[in-house]
Design a protein around this ligand. Structure first.
Ligand code: NAD
Ligand code: DAU
Length: 375
């Protein structure tokens, strides 16, 4: 039986990963470690919260003693780390919170896992990929060694911005983060790799492009705009709307995480993306047409909601991921065409207005208290 901590499991992507693991691996114990910041919402996991192989622990990833104790109590042999402050606009207003959670929080998890795994009768240590340090580590792979994983979920934003020249981010692209968010994620990636290179920690890093789908907090472009169109509120398009993002349906990301957690090579980096680039203004038009159609309004009737506003500071022009390595080495490909994914997504938000209302009213933050006071 495996015992796995998934951090940030009450957030958008984390909730899809938790759901996939809880349903697919009844023999695993899945521990969702989440602080429940504004972005954490346990209602995202309503359908699996009573499963016997699922446990929720409200904890800050910066709480070293708490994390270390949990690793011991649950005899954890795998960590899938998604907890983060994730919104670029918030990072521009409040960079300290991003450094604290994304950098110090990741370092806290790494150090706690290192100390716990080292204290085991058969320590986790494996042959280092980069064998530069002292040759004091045990290169024998024990049964436990082969199981242990610290898998860090990162973003394509660490690579910086591309021009409109058809180039793509590969695993070799040098880091050039621009926003406080991407700088904090880049820093956390470096710590993860440093723990492998220095201590032999069994780490994996993946860098993924923009995700979309159900349960995304409505501060991000797609859920915010779907909700605004529904209520006929203005759609604030930053700058000229010409920035490009590479969109991936969230369940495809969760599938990639499952595959890489089980079959990815230690110390490797994998890019994850949909080969699906869209200019913001074009995707916004698709969303308007889809919402209008599904609500029975004349298609395009809400085009006048588009409102060009001051651009985001340091707004990255274009992201585009080359995920060839993941396809060639592990056989992963996105399963959904964008047209299908966006239709599913818009339909989900329109059908789950109660979820959206709970979030926008702030009521969702009471869900945890109610859920636990009733037990
Ligand atoms: P999210 O903001 O929806 O969720 C973040 C979760 O982390 C929330 O549940 C929150 O409560 C929790 N959290 C925040 N601070 C915490 C702390 N100190 N301790 C414990 N829990 C804490 O984020 P998301 O969009 O689901 O992103 C998840 C991860 O994937 C992040 O690491 C992000 O950088 C990365 N990522 C996101 C995207 C995307 O498009 N959303 C793309 C690539 C990579
Ligand atoms: O690329 C991966 C990243 O994608 C993740 O690491 C981040 O966690 C995630 O938030 C996302 O970052 P973006 O900044 O690309 O996502 P966001 O939804 O905030 O914005 C998408 C694009 O839309 C971006 O070019 C900014 C623009 N935008 C966004 C909002 C919220 C607008 O024009 N208006 C808006 O109101």
């Amino acid at each position: 039986m495996r015992s796995i901590i998934i951090t940030g499991g009450a957030g958008f992507i984390g909730s899809h990963v938790v759901r996939l693991f809880v349903n697919k691996y009844p023999d695993y114990k899945i521990i969702n470690l989440d602080k429940l910041t504004y972005a954490g919402n346990l209602a995202n996991l309503k359908d699996i919260e009573d499963k016997p192989n699922y446990k929720f622990v409200k904890m800050d990833i910066c709480d070293f003693e708490g994390v270390y104790q949990l690793l011991q109590d649950e005899q954890v042999d795998g960590i899938i780390h998604l907890a983060a402050e994730s919104h670029v606009d918030r990072s521009i207003k409040d960079p300290f919170t991003f450094a604290r959670t994304n950098v110090m929080g990741t370092l806290t998890l790494l150090q706690a896992a290192k100390l716990y795994w080292e204290s085991q009768p058969t320590p986790y240590v494996i042959t280092r990929k980069v064998d530069t340090a002292q040759p004091t580590l045990n290169s024998e792979l024990s049964a436990l060694n082969q199981e242990c994983r610290f898998y860090h979920i990162s973003t394509d934003e660490v690579y910086g911005a591309l021009k409109f020249d058809g180039t793509l981010f590969t695993e070799q692209t040098k880091y050039q983060p621009h926003s406080p968010y991407s700088a904090s994620k880049a820093s956390s990636d470096h710590f993860v790799r440093a723990f492998h290179d220095t201590y032999g920690m069994p780490t994996i890093v993946t860098n993924c492009s923009n995700n979309y789908g159900p349960y995304q907090f409505p501060e991000k472009l797609i859920p915010l705009f779907i909700n605004n169109i529904r209520h006929r509120k203005p759609l604030p398009v930053y700058g000229k709307g010409e920035n490009v993002r590479d969109w991936l349906y969230v369940e495809d990301h969760a599938r990639a995480i499952d595959l890489i957690f089980h079959q990815g090579k230690i110390a490797e980096t994998y890019n994850i993306g949909g080969f699906n680039e869209w200019k913001n203004i074009d995707i916004i038009k698709v969303i308007i047409h889809t919402v209008d159609r599904l609500l029975g309004r004349p298609e395009g009737a809400d085009m006048d909601l588009i409102t060009y506003v001051t651009d985001r500071q340091g707004h990255d022009l274009r992201y585009a991921i080359d995920s060839t390595k993941l396809k060639t080495e592990l056989g992963w490909e996105p399963s959904l065409q964008f047209e299908e994914g966006i239709e599913k997504t818009v339909r989900w938000y329109l059908d789950h207005q109660d979820w959206m209302d709970n979030v926008t009213s702030g009521d969702y933050q009471k869900y945890y208290e109610n859920m636990y006071s009733n037990r």
